[in-house]
Design a binder for this molecule. Structure first.
Ligand code: GLU
Length: 497
């Protein structure tokens, strides 16, 4: 590409970004990075009743967290600012006046009631409703007179034409403008309508490529006509097919969580989310799935973006997330896990450094391969804390009450109490467990399961020797004793009946 590529993120400040607009931002970002272009962040807040700074900051925070940066725009500045539409009203007014003076736009004084009547009349005739053009030919005198009564809107005078969109993803699409009535570009309150503001801004900010969801495709002929009327070069458009839920209907809240904030709070990693979303509509052309943002950016192109919708499956995101969690280095994993561990009573001091941190790291690493998100960690590691196991779950209880619990726990206590002078590292523990298995003589599983149940209160979890090493000798034996008593109690109870 010879000209500098300039793309934009153009979210409205209506809350956290959701899966759909992150994917749009991502594709723009990938396209810009692939072609050494620039990314602009513009806040589209003219439709929003009250646009709060807080809402804009939410967008900035979401984008930064997910790892998509921008070169110009809101919060970073640049030569084409301000980057919030509500601060650019003079500019829209200026261009609207220009269009009016050239006869490409005109004032319209129709009331909502009149427009509603027109609409009904069109429908009654079985035609698509559109503006009739009633105010198209008002004279200067008419305008002056009507202006005393009410504030007009500004409408664009739609030329009779065929508009051709050469879409970078969908190919060529022709629109007959006769189906498009003269549309409002400026409201009576001085705010621009979306189609107008977006054209003025994209032109002023020298945006060269507009990549967005295909729900905007019906806006595009309107925008192309505005570019032409304003004498601006028309940028290239690429409309990405929509995202569906697993039931093949348009992704929405009905499908469960679609907001970034949900996934962020639940402990999904930003790189897992962007990896998953990159493959929602784009393919590397082979079977690779795990790809970093940089890898995708090096290969990204709209030629491999699908024309048809793609399905967002939260289970697939779980898979990506678990892969990224597994690949995490222990320190990062611990740092990411810390905010979730509040309920475990770990003091910040302990977790931040020193021996406490090392132990905590081991604990978190012990469940690294079995979790799909970080918020699952506390329930997976709770048993490591405290001296004894607070409660046995149903399956653990069965093993502790089972026939092999007593010999297994007896053997366990004997072997590990008698080996006090040897270490309690993984190798010694494994050797000790082997001895226990040998001495009970009922097979490994029937010995190890009651021991696992005794030490953790559960029947699933990290490998037993890993658990024991973290718990330490004293606590492991203590827990085995407690379970043995439980087993004996049950057993005695059963025989005395
Ligand atoms: N603010 C619009 C949206 O969020 C941007 C549309 C566009 O990219 O032109 O849908």
């Amino acid at each position: 590409m010879t000209e500098e590529v300039r793309v934009r993120f153009a979210p409205a400040p209506t809350g956290h970004l959701h899966i759909g607009n992150i994917r749009t931002c991502l594709f723009n970002w990938l396209f810009a990075r692939r072609y050494n272009g620039k990314v602009i962040l513009r806040i589209e807040d003219t439709d929003v009743a009250r646009s709060l700074d807080e809402a804009c900051d939410t967008i900035v925070d979401d984008l930064r967290w997910i790892g998509l940066d921008w070169d110009e725009g809101y919060a970073v500045g640049g030569r084409y600012g301000p980057y919030r539409q509500s601060e650019r009203l003079d500019l829209y007014r200026k261009y609207a006046e220009e269009l009016i003076s050239r006869g490409n736009a005109y004032f319209c004084f129709c009331t909502p009631e009149e427009l509603e009547e027109e609409r009904k009349a069109f429908l009654a005739k079985g035609r698509m409703p559109r503006y009739s053009g009633k105010c198209r030919n008002l004279t200067g005198d008419d305008v002056a007179r009507l202006s005393l009564e009410r504030t007009p809107v500004v409408r664009f005078r739609v030329p009779q034409d065929t508009v051709v969109l050469d879409d970078m993803i969908k190919g060529e699409i022709s629109f007959d403008s006769s189906g498009i009535g003269d549309f409002v570009i400026m409201r009576s309150d001085g705010f621009p309508m979306y189609n107008f503001a977006v054209v003025v801004d994209d032109a002023e900010m020298k945006v060269t490529h507009i990549i967005r969801g295909d729900e905007h495709i019906s806006n595009t002929p309107r925008q192309i006509m505005l570019y032409e009327a304003l004498g601006f070069p028309v940028p290239k458009f690429g409309h990405v097919a929509m995202i569906l839920g697993t039931d093949k209907t348009k992704l929405s809240k009905r499908h469960g969580a679609t907001s970034l904030s949900y996934y962020r709070e639940a402990g999904y990693l930003p790189e897992a989310i962007v990896n998953c979303l990159a493959l929602l509509g784009w393919t590397p052309g082979d079977t690779r799935e795990i790809m970093s943002l940089q890898q995708v950016a090096a290969e990204f192109g709209l030629d491999r973006v699908s024309k048809s919708p793609s399905v967002f499956d939260p289970k697939k995101l779980d898979w990506f997330n678990s892969q990224y969690i597994r690949a995490c280095n222990p320190d990062r994993l611990l740092d990411m896990a810390l905010p979730y561990l509040g309920g475990l009573g770990i003091s910040e001091d302990v977790s931040a450094h020193g021996e406490g941190r090392e132990r905590l790291k081991k604990i978190v690493v012990s469940v690294q391969d079995s979790i799909t998100n970080l918020s699952e960690i506390p329930k997976e590691i709770r048993f490591f804390f405290g001296d004894i196991v607070e409660a046995y779950d149903e399956s653990a209880k069965k093993w502790i009450e089972g026939p092999t619990a007593q010999p297994a726990l007896d053997g366990f206590i004997e072997v590990f109490s008698n080996s006090c002078d040897t270490g309690f590292g993984v190798e010694e523990i494994q050797a000790g467990l082997k001895t226990v298995i040998g001495s009970v003589g009922v097979g490994a599983r029937k010995v190890l399961m009651p021991i696992r149940a005794a030490l953790t209160g559960r029947t699933k979890g990290p490998e037993l020797h890993v658990i024991m090493e973290i718990l330490g000798r004293e606590r492991s034996i203590k827990r085995a004793f407690a379970a043995l008593q439980e087993a004996r109690g049950n057993h005695d109870g059963a025989t005395s009946l």
